[in-house]
Design a protein around this ligand. Structure first.
Ligand code: FE2
Length: 192
């Protein structure tokens, strides 16, 4: 942070290590009060140490825990509200989870407090069997562009990043995707 002075510092709402072993993957959390408490304490620790607010990002998941007793959007909203941090809203991740777990992606977006969203992510996903997988290796899907437009309608324009980090296409394709995002952003007046 001292060296690059980033505008935003973020981490994922997930876990990746246990008993000294680290997984190179964003593993899912149960959506419970206990997990909210744990995340709020951990985020406070990070923010105290860094002396700045961080943003946390909603992740894609491929299973649900039987112990979960609240919808993902309530879980994410509660963590952000109680931790006093920001939300990096990954719209593609919302869509992927809505298909994998069978909820309404629009209801998710509608439940998010626009004031706490500091950045939006978009990305491409791919279908593998009955699941959508967040591969970051394809164009943003039409349904995700639609959700992005809905998010901007509610939240106003937000800094937006398209994640494409595997099977990188020709630069022209990346520029077309960036251009499509810019057009959406330009069509929304600021809500600030
Ligand atoms: Fe993301």
């Amino acid at each position: 942070m001292a060296r690059f002075e980033p505008a935003l510092v973020s981490e994922h709402l997930s876990w990746s290590s246990f008993a000294g072993r680290h997984a190179n993957e964003l593993l899912p959390l149960p959506h419970t009060r206990e997990a909210v408490d744990l995340l709020v304490a951990r985020i406070a620790q990070v923010q105290d140490r860094l002396k700045r607010r961080i943003a946390v990002e909603n992740v894609t998941t491929y299973l649900r825990f039987g112990a979960s007793d609240m919808p993902e959007w309530a879980f994410v909203g509660e963590v952000v509200r109680r931790a006093g941090c920001e939300l990096l809203l990954d719209v593609n991740n919302v869509y992927v989870n809505s298909i994998n777990h069978g909820f309404d992606a629009r209801a998710y977006l509608d439940a998010i407090d626009p004031a706490c969203v500091s950045e939006i992510h978009l990305a491409g996903h791919e279908r593998v069997g009955s699941r959508l997988v967040d591969t970051h290796a394809a164009r943003v899907a039409p349904a995700v562009w639609e959700l992005f437009a809905r998010a901007l309608e509610r939240m106003g324009p937000k800094p937006t990043l398209i994640e494409w980090d595997a099977a990188i296409p020709p630069l022209e394709v990346l520029l077309q995707e960036a251009d499509a995002a810019a057009k959406h952003l330009a069509s929304e007046p600021s809500h600030a």
